[in-house]
Design a protein around this ligand. Sequence first.
Ligand code: SAM
Length: 457
Amino acid sequence: MIKLPDTFIKKYRQLMGDEADDFLAALQGDSYSGFRINPLKNGRPTQTLEKAAGPVPGVATGFYGSVDGKSLDHVTGWVYSQEPSAMQVGEVVDPQPGEKVLDLCAAPGGKSTHLIGKMHDQGLLVANEIFTKRARVLASNLERWGTANTVVANEEPQKLVPKFAGFFDRILVDAPCSGEGMFRKDPQAISYWNPDYPSECANRQRKILASAMQMLKPGGVLVYSTCTFAPEEDEQNMAWLLKEYPDLRMLPIPLVDGMDHARPEWADNNPELAKAVRLFPHHFKGEGHFIAKLQLSTAAATTRPKRKKKKRRGQEPWQVSRDEQQLFKQWQTKNVPDFAERRLVKFGDQLYALPDQMIDLSGLDLISPGLHLGTFKKKRFEPALAWALTLTSSEVKRQIELTPDQWRQYVHGDVVNVSDSFAGNGWYLLTCEGHSCGWGKLVNHTIKNFFPKGLRF
Ligand SMILES: C[S@@+](CC[C@H](N)C(=O)[O-])C[C@H]1O[C@@H](n2cnc3c(N)ncnc32)[C@H](O)[C@@H]1O
């Protein structure tokens, strides 16, 4: 059983009154894990879903249960492991296909994967993370999820503002917080906690919110969430936000089984605050969250984006040369014939397709500007895993279905032997149980392995 700090217990005894015993007992009980299935992917349901312990209320794609990190389901991005109360956030954001959405504090990607799934991968998702290492994990989780219309940025929130002033239809601020809702899942979180920590976090959250507000378009929706119970970071920050930005109003969030209204009396008694919701572990089978949804008035004045600098003459660093374009086109026509035309850009020797809703990305620190298509290698083009993970077998000319044993050889990095002759030598999309898993190059009866070395296990 975890040991909660005495000052924490005292604080919540005062705040929760009659409910305190149940709340504190739940915090010292077992944690719940869950996963979401990926609406962007085909493939047959496999073991993860068979072992699920029932649906998560309010989340059509959410289930209780755990994910094996070495399973086909995980490695092909068919499922994403996410604790059940965190899943409610994507549902509250409720982004629509075609919208421009920002996930400002996005790593490791639980909410981003949820958002782009709900958008049917149409529109634009900018998933941003301030810390580079975490931003790389975010990019790799999104790559597995199989999205073409996501940009992964690695910026401080304020640095995004000149590029995206008044731009987004929806913004999620899933703020760095004191993490009280993580105590029972990750007892180490307790060691960071002290009575002043929530106020310190609240100050940082206000700065992030101020940046977010500059990027929201009139009529746009802002969702703010934390995985902490601290009123300083939850109701009190929302009370601050409403005072600071009179053009913002709270939107009601329909209560899902086990959700509570937020507590205006823990802030300035503004009854509007009750429209936000709380997930307490003694009421909802999850770790705990606070979620608020707000809308900016359509009449609100917004900051204008800074004027673009004049274009430099000559070749842009991201430009794809004519020869490279031809090389790619040849490969694509032969292997993925119906690939829709998109603007192509190059990062070093890596080829990317920009999202449908093109934006000017110059000057931003990016981990990924869109869909990673592949690599130029001397006089040839080699397709990337990321691209394979967005495709279904009906979109490629040639496909080989691997047995589960062959798939294990493939992810281990081995050459896979096949007995059938298939449609001749060349590139094939490899699938297993109908899940796209990567590329292979057939040479006679063996599949040369192109599963990235860093991901093999
Ligand atoms: C609660 S986590 C986000 C979890 C993520 N949304 C998900 O669902 O997987 C908060 C994130 O904010 C990042 N962060 C920390 N300090 C920040 C700051 N000053 N501005 C923006 N993000 C920050 C953290 O690195 C962390 O990845």
